[in-house]
Design a protein around this ligand. Sequence first.
Ligand SMILES: [Zn+2]
Length: 241
Amino acid sequence: MCAALLGCALSAMVMPQPLAATPVDTSPPLQPTDSTVAVESTTTTTTSIPEKIPRKAKVVYRVSTKDPVVFITIDDGFTTTPALAEVIRRHKVPVTTFAMPRLVKRQKKWYLSQKKMTFENHTVNHRSLTFLSLRSQKREICRANDQLEKTTGERPVFFRPPGGNFTQLTRRAVAECGMKYLVMWNVIAEKNKLRMPAGRLNRGDIILMHYLPSTASTLELLLAQIKKNGLRLALLRDYLD
Ligand SMILES: [Zn+2]
């Protein structure tokens, strides 16, 4: 199962440019206001999404900012190594992790010892969401929030779809699970290679990585490129509110 999941995750690497790869929306037209929305709220009378959460999550490929910052995101969560922890610690790298809850739980000590790391939603089982109903997508997404909160003590605020595949229904499911942003990427750093559409890094870039045996050395390569382009790293949570 792990191999299949990893293969699935890595398929994102061979996708065309993410900007051009937005999946075709095959979902049916959205119905008017849904009064049966389940809200992660403590009140029992709430029947709609809180004001601050839009009806559909906003899709973000890069962040609009004047600051010279880029964002590292690392997905799935299979292989955590002492070498990666060492690079993260030495360079004080802020990392936005999109990992499956059970993998974070299994390697809890490693994950929770990272100083500037947040844990975001990448579903429970890494199923491709494209052909799932709203209800099934919400099961995959809402439960991951609950499970991650249990392990890390904090609730995710961002969602990344497995393989980068999503529909308009996914955007709605993400919002109904209490998150405002569906976070994609525009740069890939994998297996000691950087794929930068602009030929360099630019402010606001969101970089996709995976937890692999090669991630420590890939991260060092990436850090050198960030320095070369006069940029620094930041946490997504500090730039997307
Ligand atoms: Zn993935």
